[in-house]
Write a protein that binds this ligand. Sequence first.
Ligand code: HEM
Length: 496
Amino acid sequence: MIGEVLVVFSIVSTIILVAVECWKVYLNETKLKAFHHQTSIPVFGRALHLLGKNNEEIMESFCQDHDDLTYIWVGPILLFHVSSPEDFQQILTSDKCLKKAFVYEFLYNRTGILTSEPSIWKEHRRALNPTLGPKMVKRFIPIFNDKSRKMVDLMERKLGSKIDMQRTMFKAAAETIMTASFGLNWPMQNKRGDDIHDLIIFILEGLQKRVQRVWLWNPVYKFTQEYKRNIVKFLAFYRFNRSALETKKMQLAEKLEHGEDELAIAKENHNQNYLQKCLQLEFEQKWTDLEVCEEMDTIFVGSVDTSATTICGITLMLAIHQEYQERVVDEMREIFEDVDEPVTNEHLARMTFLELVIKESIRHFPIAPFIGRECTADFEINGGVIPKGSQIFLNVLRMNKNPKFYGENAHVFYPERFLPENCSNWHPYLYVPFSAGPRNCIGARYAWASLKIAMAYILRRFKLTTHLKMQDIVIKPELLLKIGNEDPIRLERREW
Ligand code: HEM
């Protein structure tokens, strides 16, 4: 009996494998003919070439120094590599490429806007856009000031010694988003912030490991020890956000008992924050409790580590390039009289040199080095067709470093390249730090204001120094790009 089952199994598997191989040959010869590609072996494709490589090496190995669209097969999965602004534009603006690549499923979040299917995403994104729009960000400015001031007060303790900037910035960003977008005054620049930091870092590193191991891209992963370890951390993170949600619901109920309907008032005044909007939709029975929770997880993950890591890049660049640090501080001196003077919306518009520095830092260290999309219908591009179901990886890191686009000094830290006279003729999709098109970063405005305010507090209080030079920097181009050098910044008190 077992023998017969094995024979049937072998025949069926062989038929499937042969059919898939015939289908690949057909696609290679028809729709894919116009694109550059890597030759691959039957069944595995180029999967074996990807083993043991990090994300940047994976991307490099499949684009092989080509800026045109290239593709590879990994088993039955068709992966495209994109690194030119023209192709970025076509893909990021197409309705056929709104779906995120399958690797985003590893985040186990079905309805949050970062990862959801286009049909859910469209409705959620439309509802949530105003909660991070210009009017709301203006309202958040006092919060950004308070949290940044508290952050630099805590940083004073690290004068002259090592400081874990990533952790420090993470905790401040966590406290900020909880106050601004959840309406919860939970202190996070403390042990609780440390715990959440460690959880998120563990989760992101686990995801990274999975992405790098091609053989774990399928459901077999759920039977591994690694899955069990990761899921424990996911659950702990969910518990944290669920308790925040419960606290908020209790606060709302208490206010209602005293005759104050917080949600109705915010709706009437058109100033609902993220969580208020989610809860209103839940109470109207348009969204489920799970959808609210998943949006909370999304905004937390989307905002905190991204902002923290970006500040680490900016501060390191200014510590290495003292002349630029002095220019930013000179700008601050023109704007502010006092070291702790609160930053206003008007001040933000005047921080023009800081803005150039931030742009150039993000060019060197794009927090999302790769953006992944899935094609939901055959997509004609550059004389060929990306078939429905293909995975597309947009290589932001490669584009940002490419001398073809940025000139021979592409590797140099040179904020002036963003002066209007130097960048006005760039392709509009060359520099896309917050992605672009309809599925761009919903928090870009929030990020700009909060980054500038945090930097204004840091640079007025401290002079930043480092022993590192540009060539010593180790970057970890993972799901989120990080600087690998341990605690490179030293703080000295700045005479104001
Ligand atoms: C410097 C800081 C930030 C950078 C560089 C950044 C960059 C990005 C990028 C590149 C994407 C597209 C990701 C992808 O398609 O895979 C994205 C999406 C997103 N970001 Fe940001 N982000 C930052 C801060 C924030 C903040 C502060 C928030 C929230 C307040 C936020 C919330 C989100 C969300 C929810 C998405 C998914 C949007 C969608 O698919 O509709 N981000 N961000």
